[in-house]
Design a binder for this molecule. Structure first.
Ligand code: NAP
Length: 308
């Protein structure tokens, strides 16, 4: 059997690129498949300050250093979306719209997508004030009023970033407690440009051709109110895009891939790494650690496999 690569990695985010580094250094030929741009979600973080030993670095800098390191060791990156796979057999087949690749081992590191609010106006005004990426679109609203929805680290980071550009930023969250770490929240509290709108959800995004206001609904039974804003940045969490693997691999109820501590899934020579996998801490450091583990498992499994 002729294989295109030893290891095919779905995703060129931190997990996928770290896997590529470890696979290539382990003597395997490796390719990452990326449907968007390499780097994954981290490219939307203006500043990363919790990756051990790096101090402060931008998400884009981090992603390009990782890319350079992976390709420097000989790994390849194909900008193709993998739409279907056969993972059960000896030969793992990965298919895009018009090509297929045969690999000995597959690492699933496709990450997650942003969750939507699901309220009226959100889709209609997408790109006209509704955004899922503050660092991409925030500058369009310099000097204006914007809202961020969510209570996790992404929402807090987005609000902090927007406060550097906008005249005013509302942080809308559906309860009083936050998922964001206290270290991030502390930076936001006391910022004179930021107003917390708590126990509240967005019931509708309003505006003719662009966002003009939000209909805010109380989660504690209070009256609705309308908030005038020029933009709303949605940061209400992530959903895994693992549906295409559901008929081949067990997923959690929430759709995350199940793997052991060395990132092995239930299928031989199929590994899960990064945010797409079931885990308690979804951070850059755990994504790259997963990539290292998945690729090291692949190196061990392929070296010891008499069939291949
Ligand atoms: P997250 O931590 O899952 O937070 C999502 C937030 O959105 C929660 O506060 C949730 O409220 C709220 N929410 C969910 N559905 C909602 C809805 N339909 N309407 C209104 N609010 C809704 O997501 P995230 O902030 O994107 O972070 C994802 C992961 O990346 C986390 O593990 C996070 O720590 C990590 N991250 C790390 C960094 C960093 O280390 N620098 C930066 C960004 C993200 P409830 O709390 O009430 O459920």
């Amino acid at each position: 059997m002729k294989f295109d690569y030893d290891v095919g990695i779905i995703g060129a985010g931190p997990a996928g690129l770290a896997a590529a580094i470890y696979a290539a250094r382990g003597g395997l030929s490796a390719v990452c498949f990326e449907k968007e741009v390499h780097g994954g979600q981290i490219i939307n973080s203006p500043e990363v300050e919790n990756y051990p030993a790096l101090g402060k670095v931008s998400g884009v800098e981090f992603a390009s250093a990782l890319y350079d390191q992976a390709t420097g060791f000989g790994a390849e990156v194909e900008y193709e979306e993998i739409l279907s796979t056969d993972l059960k057999g000896e030969v793992k087949v990965l298919r895009s719209a018009d090509r297929e690749w045969k690999v000995r081992a597959a690492i699933l590191a496709g990450g997650v997508q942003r969750r939507k609010l699901g309220c009226p106006g959100e889709d209609r005004l997408l790109g006209r004030g509704v955004s899922y990426c503050a660092t991409c679109d925030g500058a369009f609203f310099t000097g204006k009023t914007a809202a961020v929805v969510g209570g996790g680290n992404t929402a807090v980071e987005d609000a902090l970033y927007l406060a550097t550009l906008c005249e005013k930023v509302y942080l809308i969250h559906r309860r009083q407690g936050f998922r964001a770490t206290e270290a991030e929240l502390a930076k936001l509290r006391g910022n004179p440009k930021v107003e917390f709108v708590l126990d509240a959800t967005v019931a509708e995004v309003r505006g003719e051709d662009k966002v003009e206001s939000l209909l805010i609904r109380s989660t504690t039974g209070g009256p609705d109110r309308e908030l005038a804003v020029s933009a709303v940045f949605v940061a209400v969490g992530l959903i895994p895009g693992n549906g295409q693997f559901a008929d081949q691999l067990p997923l959690t109820q929430d759709g995350y891939l199940i793997a052991d501590e060395n990132c092995r899934t239930a299928l031989p020579r199929v590994y899960a790494a990064g945010d797409a996998r079931q885990k308690t801490l979804r951070q850059l450091v755990t994504a790259t650690a997963d990539g290292a583990l998945a690729a090291s498992s692949a190196v061990a499994d392929l070296m010891g496999d008499a069939v291949l």
